[in-house]
Design a protein. Structure first.
Length: 272
């Protein structure tokens, strides 16, 4: 009961608990049932998988912030979905800190989807550069967004997530992160020649595991959406964004008893 009170006090009663608190004092005990609205932030949600994830989570009843490094692109995407936009460049401390303040003032966040990502080694000709062409600059640029960006956002939003009754973090990884798959001869993952992108996603998997251990009250998982037709791969993917986003949404919707520290795709658990 005290825990409930404490949690209730931390939340904006109008925004978070508008869907009803039923209390009954019957002389024996206090019976309280709460239906909490879930607020979700998705980075890089102005297009691609992030945008579609936002659409599906809104349909599932979430209040969603469309994170976008470009304010105008974010505004247009949010308008299309009838939701809110937040300017958020994952490589920029000032942008992330301002987003934290704005979302905190608005009532906080329950679910964080770290979706923003780049695949630097794929050129305009759809050719993925391999190890022979990898430069430190390419590696740094990739990690700047995919790895340091994710950690920057996670670190900044942890205090808000910790105030949530059921905090969830989804780190959008990739099947290319799996060392098992990358070393399984004869698979498409084995055949992928790039280094920076898969290395950044393997780092995301490690970050997921370590954060999940550090914050057992949160559900923190890595997700492989599948090879999806988006700008990231010059629309060469095989899945539609609807199909790819479903895999992200499933993990975004895990409850407090759901898995944490896992790596999931369409077929369930993926080998590390
Ligand atoms: N598509 C696939 O087959 C596939 C497979 C496995 C994993 N993934 C992962 O899925 C996630 C989404 O990718 P996608 O396929 O939907 O690609 P996408 O259509 O290119 O979308 C990427 C999103 O990330 C944003 N972004 C890039 N750098 C950013 C930064 N510094 N700050 C904030 N946002 C930034 C982009 O914003 P702008 O519009 O401003 O560039 C865009 O909104 C990525 O993490 C990707 O690695 C994709």
């Amino acid at each position: 009961m005290h825990e409930y009170r404490r949690l209730l006090d931390q939340r904006d009663p109008e925004q978070k608990l508008a869907r009803g608190i039923r209390g009954r004092l019957d002389g024996i005990g206090y019976c309280l049932s709460v239906v909490v609205m879930t607020t979700t932030l998705i980075t890089g949600a102005n297009k691609g998988l992030g945008f579609e994830t936002a659409r599906q989570l809104i349909a599932a009843g979430h209040t969603v912030y469309i994170g976008s490094r470009d304010a105008e692109r974010g505004r247009r995407a949010a308008e299309q979905l009838g939701t809110r936009a937040i300017q958020l460049d994952v490589t920029d401390d000032g942008s992330v800190d301002a987003a934290v303040k704005a979302i905190e003032a608005d009532g906080g966040v329950d679910v964080l989807v770290n979706n923003a990502g780049i695949q630097e080694e794929m050129g305009d000709d759809n050719v993925v550069l391999g190890a022979a062409d990898l430069t430190a600059d390419m590696m740094r640029k990739t990690f700047e967004t995919n790895v340091f960006g994710t950690v920057r956002v996670l670190h900044a939003f942890l205090p808000l997530l910790q105030r949530s009754i059921a905090p969830v973090v989804v780190n959008v990884s990739s099947g290319l992160a799996s060392l098992t798959r990358v070393t399984t001869v004869g698979t498409s993952t084995y055949a992928y020649p790039g280094v920076a992108y898969p290395a950044s996603k393997t780092a995301i998997n490690m970050i997921t595991v370590q954060y999940a251990k550090a914050f057992p009250n949160m559900r923190i998982n890595a997700v492989e959406p599948g090879f999806t037709k988006t700008d990231l791969n010059r629309n060469t993917g095989l899945l539609t964004v609807e199909q790819g986003a479903e895999n992200i949404v499933r993990i975004a919707l895990v409850g407090p008893d759901g898995p944490t520290g896992g790596y999931f795709g369409a077929e369930g658990i993926i080998p590390w």
